[in-house]
Design a protein around this ligand. Sequence first.
Ligand SMILES: [Zn+2]
Length: 157
Amino acid sequence: MITDQLNQIWSSILAFSTQFITPDWGKLIVIIPYIVLIAVVGPLLSLLVLAWLRYGALRPRRKTVFVDPRRHASLDAAGNPVYPAGEPYDPTAGLIYEPGATLSVSGAALMVACPKCGLVRNAARDTCGNCGLSFTLKPVLRSSGAASRPSGGAAAA
Ligand SMILES: [Zn+2]
């Protein structure tokens, strides 16, 4: 009979396919830790590598972003610090601050010399008590790119 033959073929197909469909659980349980290891450690490792690459790519830029705008005042022949007119400075530390600064890192008031008459006053005041020159110093960006910009600006009142 043709149906008997078909049944026989069908059962042999089933028997053949079960080799693939029915998993060998004993073997599978043994490899589960490896699958978990690959599934968990693999992405973690690639994330670590990505983070490391990101850090390496950002590090040189980060170094130039935070440039300390303060600088030590140069000394004259007598050993006294020379402060350029119009730039705030901390006389106790001998440090020149960025334009626009009024307080030192320790919280002390900064001084500034008038660019016109040379009178030293508190950096928080924008008008000279002697000659009346008023100038506002705009804070410059704390990046290396701002170094090329002219520091400070004076405008006669
Ligand atoms: Zn002045």
